[in-house]
Every structure is written in structure tokens, then in C-alpha cells.
Ligand binder design. Structure first.
Ligand SMILES: [Zn+2]
Length: 281
């Protein structure tokens, strides 16, 4: 089965503040494209995969507020293909109640968090109470723990090493670190190597081809290719583009003695039993 573990739905401007889009525009330069997601286009983009995880996103600090109800309503229309994850903002005093509601009433099956966007460090008690409840609810978490294009955020709380104490405290919580925690890819790889319930997705990296190639080679040398999950970060890329880029990654080594990623390891990543690994199979 092919699973895209990382996709977004949102409407601009009603779910996303102008300043978020402006920061994308500034960092993308000539490569800027509209990130508004049309639900019908999302569904079509997911045709090459068997299942896609659709993420909610609540981060008032950067002006992103995608309602959990919106995600739940969309995935309910395609229950055989789409799986919804909720999001809660740790700055909300009732964040744990929101999580209970999203899982027990709306039927969402995982949690998406982004400390850098939410401006609450993973080591903060407001963050940890949410993880404690997620572990009790037996749902997985996908977390953006890496850098971003947003200006008004703290890189000091974004390093994946900040997740170490959570990994130790909540050993039964399956965690996916998005984008290999870029640019702290080495930190992510050594973290997922030592913690059984930690994984990482390779989404939205391939358009930096040298970094992407090196990340996979380093993952191979640490013996953690089997813990990497396929994801697109739609609408930033599509699953088809991501699979094509994975299958082309060894082009970087053509006519050189540089290491190659075995084709079997690439196909295994694309066909990973991601939902079983996350306990939602
Ligand atoms: Zn994303």
C-alpha cells in the first residue's frame, strides 16, 4: 500500500493570514506559487496513492487556523482513501479538551503539531500535556520540528533534539518528524535511530536535490532508511512528484563513485506499511 503521510487542506485567505502567505512569497522568490487548496484538486492529486493523511493545523501565532471540523468533513467524504489528523494550539487553555473532541466526536485519528508555528517549545508543560493525552488516546502525532519560511518564529525551539525528552517520557506515542527536521537532518536521523516509536517523513525536500541525496545517504549509513515515510506536504509538492524524485535520487551519483541508495530500499519506502507503524492500520 502507498501512503502519503503528510498533506494539507486549507482555504486562503479564510484559514491562513496574509502574513503567512507573504513570508512564503518572500522566501520562495521566483519559485512562489499559490498555496490555496481546492478540495477537488487535493483528491485528484492523491490518486497515485492508496491512502493520504490530511492534517489540521492550529497555530494562532503565525495566523493559521484550519478548523478540525473542516478536515473531518472532507475525510468523511472519502473514508476509504483519506485519514484526518486534528491539530490543537498549546496556547489554548482548553487544548486537551479540543483534542478529546476532535478524536472522540469528530473521528480524527492523529495529531499534528508545530512548535515553531505555535511558539511553544516541546519541553513546555503546555505542550507536554497534549502529548500525554495523545498517548492515552493511542493516536500518533506528526510534528513539524525544523525550520520554516515564517519570519516571526524562534529557531531556538525548532531543533529536533528538543523532542528527545518527549520521546523518553511518552514511549508509546508514535511520532513522525516532518521533512527530516530540516536543516537538522543529522539530529533527526540519530533521534529516530534510538527511539523505537519515532519516524520521519521525507516530504518537501527533493527540490533541494543535493540536500535530499545526502539526507538519504546519511540515513542509509545510520541504518534508518526503514524508518523514513513517504509524504508530499501537498500543496507544496504532490505525491507523484515525490515518488518520481525518490526514484531519480541516484542521478546525483551518475558517473561518480558516490554511494547509491538501493532501488529496493526506495521502493520499500514508497510502499511502507505506514498506517500499521503508526497504529492506525
Ligand atoms: Zn506540512
Amino acid at each position: 500500500m502507498i501512503v502519503d503521510v503528510h498533506t494539507h487542506v486549507w482555504e486562503c485567505p479564510c484559514h491562513i493570514a496574509d502574513r503567512f502567505v507573504e513570508d512564503i512569497r518572500y522566501t520562495a522568490g521566483a519559485g512562489y506559487k499559490d498555496i490555496h487548496v481546492d478540495l477537488e484538486r487535493h483528491r485528484q492529486a492523491m490518486e497515485p496513492v492508496d491512502r493520504a493523511i490530511v492534517l489540521g493545523f492550529r497555530a494562532r501565532h503565525v495566523g493559521v487556523l484550519v478548523p478540525n471540523e473542516y478536515v473531518a468533513e472532507y475525510v468523511a467524504r472519502h473514508p476509504d482513501r483519506l485519514i484526518g489528523f486534528c491539530s490543537v494550539d498549546p496556547q489554548d487553555f482548553d487544548a486537551v479538551d479540543q483534542l478529546d473532541h476532535a478524536v472522540q466526536t469528530l473521528g480524527l485519528r492523529g495529531l499534528k503539531m508545530g512548535p515553531i508555528y505555535q511558539n511553544v517549545a516541546p519541553t513546555d508543560s503546555r505542550f507536554r500535556r497534549i502529548l500525554k493525552r495523545a498517548e492515552e488516546l493511542r493516536i500518533p502525532m506528526l510534528i513539524h520540528q525544523g525550520t520554516t519560511f515564517c519570519a516571526d518564529v524562534s529557531l531556538e525551539i525548532a531543533n529536533p533534539v528538543q523532542l528527545q525528552s518527549c520521546a523518553i517520557e511518552f514511549p508509546r506515542l508514535p511520532v513522525v518528524i516532518a521533512h527530516l527536521g530540516h536543516p537538522w537532518i543529522n539530529e533527526t536521523l540519530v533521534l529516530i535511530r534510538k527511539h523505537r516509536n519515532l519516524y520521519s517523513d521525507i516530504s518537501a525536500l527533493f527540490y533541494r536535490p543535493w540536500q535530499f541525496y545526502n539526507a538519504l545517504v546519511t540515513a542509509m549509513e545510520y541504518g534508518v532508511l526503514h524508518k523514513l515515510l513517504m509524504g508530499s506536504d501537498y500543496p507544496f509538492t504532490t505525491p507523484q512528484q515525490t515518488m518520481d524524485a525518490l526514484r531519480a535520487v541516484n542521478r546525483m551519483a551518475e558517473n561518480t563513485n558516490l554511494p547509491r541508495i538501493p532501488v529496493a530500499a526506495i521502493e520499500a519506502m514508497i510502499h511502507r506499511d505506514t498506517l500499521d507503524l503508526l497504529g492506525i492500520g
